[in-house]
Every structure is written in C-alpha cells, then in structure tokens.
Design a protein around this ligand. Sequence first.
Ligand code: NAP
Length: 246
Amino acid sequence: MAKTAIITGGSRGIGKAMAQKLGELGYNIAINYRSDSSKQLTEDLIEEIKNQYGVEAIAVQADVSKFEDCKKLVDATIEKFGDQIDALINNAGITNNCNFIDLQPEDYERVITTNLVSMMHMSHLCLPYMVDRETSIVCTASVGGLTGVINQADYCAAKTGVIGLVRALALEFAPRKVRVNAIAPGMIMTDMLRGVNQDELNALAATIPLGKIGDVSDIAGALGYILEAPYLTGQVISPNGGFVLQ
Ligand code: NAP
C-alpha cells in the first residue's frame, strides 16, 4: 500500500521542493497552502507530481497557525488516503525581519503561532495516525534556531522552540516507532529571502564558507535522507554551507 505524507506550506520555495521529493519517494501527498494567490500554484504542482511520479496528491488550503484549520487539513488527508499517516512534514513558516522595539505584539505572535504552534497542532493531530508503524515527523527549523540573528528575535525564538519540540517528541515517541527530526536550513533562495534587503543579504552571503546561497534542492535532499534513515531521531540536520557550525 502506498505511504501517505502531509506537508504544510508546500506551495512554494522549500516546501514545493520537498513535496516533489515526497512524490519521488512514492508517497501520496496532501499539500497544504494558505493564500488564495497560491491555489493555482499548488494545483499545478499537484498535476506535475501526479504525472511525474504516478502518486496521488491533493491540495488543502488551511492556515496552520489555527488549530481548526489544522484539523481540516488532517481530516481531508484521512478522508482521501485512509487513517494511516507515514510522514508529517511541518514546513510552513514566515518571518518579520524587524527591530524588536518596532515589532508589534500581533506581529511576533503571528510568527510564533505560524512557525511553532502550527507544528504542535499538526503533530498533536497526526500522531494518533502515526504511532507503532515506523513513521516520521520532519520539522523545518532554521540556522536562526541554532544561533541569534539581528532583527529576527521572534523568528529565532520560534525556530529554537521547533528544535526543542523535535527533541522532546523524539524521546517521547521513539518507543512508539515515530522518528522526529529537524532540518535547519541556512540561507536558501526562495521568496522569503527575496523579501529582505538584497545588499544586506549579499554581504551576509559573502561570509558563507562554501561561498554561495543554497538551493531548495539542498533541503529536499536532506528530507530524502531523513525519511530513509531508520536509525536517525531527535537530530537537527543543517544544510547551511558552513555558515553555522554545530
Ligand atoms: P516561502 O517561499 O515564503 O514559502 C512559505 C510557505 O509557507 C508557503 O507555502 C506559504 O503558503 C506557507 N505558509 C506561510 N504561512 C502559512 C500558514 N499560516 N499556513 C499554511 N501555510 C503557510 O518560504 P521558504 O523559504 O520556502 O520557507 C519554508 C520554511 O523554511 C519556513 O519554515 C522557513 O522559516 C524555513 N527556512 C527558510 C530559509 C530560507 O533561507 N529560505 C532558511 C531557514 C529556514 P502560501 O504560498 O499560501 O503563502
């Protein structure tokens, strides 16, 4: 029987590349997106994955910062593919890039709920369909969760929280055969990076030991490795060009 995966924030960027990797690995996939403007992008991606890899895929619009939307996403997946979830990829994320004094409470609350609380909601809802069957949760953290970044206090707090969540869930669910790992990307060229000051970005990129900004395929490759590594749990894999050393 085909395996089932859910990926949040799969419409663009890193999530899109990871959704393609899931298709390549033979998973049927529920691909989540949030914005109306990403509906067509996600539907096109689904057609591409179905045609290329012969798997099934559905697009589910949901704001994963909200528990009820997460429930809608999980219910739609179960209804389409049955009540066994093999991989949950918690990937959706946003950033503010603002100095902490000007940052408004509603802005940092949105970053925390979207980047961290969403992953708790999704893991809480999916785990009953994952336990006792050699399954995997992978959460997208960030090098911001391993070190501090100026003007990213909320984002760094959320991503450090993601790593804490991954480590604790890995210990709690190892006896029940669910592996839980994080990917902490360095700078990867997506809409998220295109949105920041490009001069500052280029100055920072010049300090990366491998000398370049990463590609979404670097992160999809890490996902493929994690999903096929049965002895790996509670770990943070960080494709970052040597930018941050663990
Ligand atoms: P991106 O191109 O901006 O894509 C963000 C994705 O998240 C989109 O699919 C977006 O959906 C989705 N999303 C945002 N808020 C959502 C919500 N409330 N509910 C559901 N989906 C939501 O960003 P990216 O660079 O690919 O980032 C993906 C992940 O990698 C994030 O967790 C980010 O923090 C992390 N990361 C990125 C970098 C980097 O350099 N790019 C570095 C480290 C970590 P819509 O299309 O519908 O808006």
